[in-house]
Write a protein that binds this ligand. Structure first.
Ligand SMILES: N[C@@H](CCC(=O)N[C@@H](CS)C(=O)NCC(=O)O)C(=O)O
Length: 225
């Protein structure tokens, strides 16, 4: 067992794609951790760890890291088993690009707080079209980007960083925001492969059941269940 491994704690939420990226990496790397599910915005314990108040946040011994990207890079350096990045520089750059598209051009625009805000300042009817528009735009780019790089997984036959970003984002697109995926055969196939990948299965299945459980939206806005 790795040094400090037993002390690792992940502040997470089962619906959070950012948390799930990190949980998938921990699972791939075979690292044990305690998953602490945050159930309300502004949770004082979480705010102490991450001034943004977002999940995920990782506590590894005396080290605190928040933001999934920083956590993934930290894990990669400290626990190099099952590398999250390929050696090949082209494939590596594709992994960075997928991670960046998902984390800066898709997820923040469909983050529940923002979607609720759109509902308030524009109209509740605009929430779903807003989220679908931005997710679709990102997926159009990802489908094109990966066409010359995908193997069994996003950038070849091994699971890398790109897959950690894609698996929860595709799950959100399909099961949370009901996006029509017929124009994304490559991404649909990846989604199928992820659902059959043992190290991904538990984390993805858990959320699948929660998509239907409205109580989990209490995380975002207690009065809107
Ligand atoms: N860039 C951050 C984004 C974190 C983020 O947006 N987390 C979401 C869940 S995926 C959250 O905590 N949402 C609650 C909120 O919007 O207040 C990361 O990758 O960790």
């Amino acid at each position: 067992m790795e040094e400090g491994n037993q002390a690792m704690k992940l502040y997470s939420h089962p619906m959070s794609s950012c948390s799930r990226r990190v949980r998938l990496a921990l699972s791939l790397k075979g690292l044990k951790y305690e998953c602490i599910n945050i159930t309300s915005i502004g949770d004082p314990e979480l705010l102490k760890l991450n001034p943004m108040g977002y999940v995920p946040a990782l506590v590894d011994g005396t080290t605190v890291v928040s933001d999934s990207y920083a956590i993934l890079l930290y894990l990669e350096e400290k626990y190099p088993q099952h590398a999250l990045l390929p050696q090949n520089i082209i494939k590596k750059s594709i992994n960075y690009q997928v991670a960046s598209i998902v984390s800066s051009s898709i997820q923040p625009l469909q983050n529940t707080t923002l979607v609720h805000y759109i509902g308030e300042i524009v109209s509740p009817d605009e929430k779903l079209p807003w989220a679908q528009y931005h997710i679709r735009k990102g997926l159009v780019a990802l489908e094109k980007l990966l066409v010359n790089h995908a193997g069994k997984y996003a950038t070849g036959d091994e699971i890398y960083l790109a897959d950690l970003y894609l698996a929860p984002q595709l799950d959100n697109a399909i099961n949370r925001f009901n996006l029509d995926m017929t124009e994304f055969p490559l991404l649909l196939n990846l989604n199928k492969i992820y659902s059959q990948t043992p190290s991904f299965q538990q984390i993805l299945t858990e959320t699948l059941q929660l998509h239907k459980d409205k109580a989990f939206f209490n995380f975002i806005k207690p009065q809107e269940t």
